[in-house]
Ligand binder design. Structure first.
Ligand SMILES: Cc1ncc(COP(=O)(O)O)c(C=O)c1O
Length: 417
């Protein structure tokens, strides 16, 4: 049986979450004195996820969905379990609406390359997108005459619903936006975004890479057409992504690749595709990764996404209370900590972001990210040469926030003048 970790349902302290207990589930934290604040890139993995992956390779390393022997059947059953767990996690109607990909980038490309575009169709994004939700649209504007509307965000990257509404025009075919920004931590009001888009006859693709790991998401209630995410940003093994789609939206999509697994019937001159999700999952799959993702979802569900969201907002407030101590710090994001999800981005005066990241690692073993975070246009358009980003998750506590601020104070007092 797959181990499911230490967390018991309701296993929380008075503050909402027992982080010291959670930390014990993560071997990368157990064996060192690190503060890991780069979860927006990849999270650490709990023992139960590592066990699920190891168990696959040790006990039943066969292929799923093809052979009928006992080992293969076990793979198929576990794959189905993960698909069902992901559907339940996202509030999807049916597991058949969940397509496994290799990452959020592939999920977005599946939509960008899979819809049948007409010259002049418009795709609407914000000015704060990750390159994964930017480069595919630039490619289509250059190659098939797609038009792009970029909705400006307000100060600190806060979504501007009026600007969004005002930007609509008749040919908007798709709205494609990050649910939460990986730069500013700001979150768009998904339900309203979807409602307005549907009123204008447009479909909606939401890039949930930075939202699904940190807050409850309900694709069914919001009525979104497509929702993309990465498993490795939510405790799962590397290189597992998901594209959720409604029945109708998946029906309108051509697969990126064809081959084994995608076919219902094939003759020499004709191929009839299998229904979703199989038609989108060509070739052998990342079985261990997908099964490990199922274990990650079980772990997160036991903690509860509401608890996780509240916990991370509490950490933002802890950081905010100490901001004044750091002279000259400038935030790349909203001043209001409640408007930031799990991301805290900033610069220190006169110091490059990579220098700051290296120094806090050297001085205090605090691991943070630096650079432009794959959102180059946002930085170039504002004349900012990148920023430092500390991103939290379930294994971070208030002490970790204080250790980050103490390290920044040291850097600031030593090198900023
Ligand atoms: C908002 C956002 N979208 C998309 C991606 C791409 O995710 P992946 O590298 O898993 O494809 C990221 C990665 O950091 C992201 O933060």
């Amino acid at each position: 049986m797959i181990a499911r970790g230490n967390i018991k349902k309701g296993g929380t302290d008075a503050q909402g979450m027992d982080v010291s207990r959670i930390k014990q589930d993560f071997p990368a934290l157990r064996d060192g004195d690190l503060v890991y604040l780069d979860s927006a890139c990849q999270t650490l993995r709990p023992q139960c996820v590592i066990d699920a992956v190891t168990e696959y390779y040790r006990d039943y390393p066969a292929c799923g969905g093809r052979s009928v022997h006992r080992m293969a059947t076990r793979v198929s059953v576990q794959m189905d379990r993960s698909r069902e767990a992901m559907a339940a996690f996202l509030g999807a109607k049916d597991a058949q609406n969940i397509i496994f990909t290799k990452n959020c980038t592939e999920s977005i490309n599946l939509v960008a390359k899979g819809l049948s575009w007409m010259k002049g169709d418009v795709v609407m994004t914000t000015d704060l997108e990750h390159n994964s939700n930017h480069a595919p649209w630039v490619d289509l504007t250059e190659n098939i005459g797609l038009k792009r509307v970029i909705v400006p965000t307000g100060p600190g990257g806060v979504f501007d619903l009026d600007a969004y509404q005002d930007s609509f025009r008749s040919q908007v075919r798709l709205v494609s936006m990050a649910h939460t920004s990986n730069v500013t931590g700001t979150t768009i009001p998904m339900k309203e975004v979807v409602e307005i888009a549907h009123d204008h006859g447009a479909m909606v693709l939401i890039d949930g890479a930075q939202a699904a790991p940190h807050m409850p998401v309900d694709v069914h209630k919001t009525g979104v057409d497509f929702y993309a995410l990465s498993g490795h940003k939510m405790l799962g093994p590397s290189a597992v992504g998901v594209l959720y789609g409604t029945d109708e939206s998946l029906e309108s999509l051509k697969p990126l690749m064809l081959g084994g697994g995608t076919v219902g019937r094939a003759d020499y001159d004709k191929v009839h595709l299998a229904p979703a999700p199989e038609r989108f999952e060509a070739g052998l799959a990342n079985y261990s990764g997908i099964i490990g993702t199922g274990a990650a979802l079980d772990y997160l569900s036991k903690i509860g996404m509401d608890n996780i969201s509240k916990h991370e907002h509490r950490l933002q407030r802890v950081l905010q209370e100490r901001l004044d101590e750091i002279e000259g710090i400038s935030l790349v994001g909203p001043d209001d900590p409640d408007a930031r999800s799990s991301v805290f981005s900033f610069n220190l005066p006169g110091l490059g972001s990579h220098d700051v990241a290296m120094m806090v690692d050297e001085m205090a073993a605090v691991l943070i990210r630096s650079g432009m975070h794959c959102a180059h246009p946002y930085f170039y358009s504002r004349g900012i040469n990148g920023c430092v980003r500390a991103s939290t998750y379930i294994y971070n506590d208030e002490d970790d926030m204080h250790r980050l601020v103490d390290a920044l104070l040291k850097v600031s007092k030593t090198f900023c003048n």
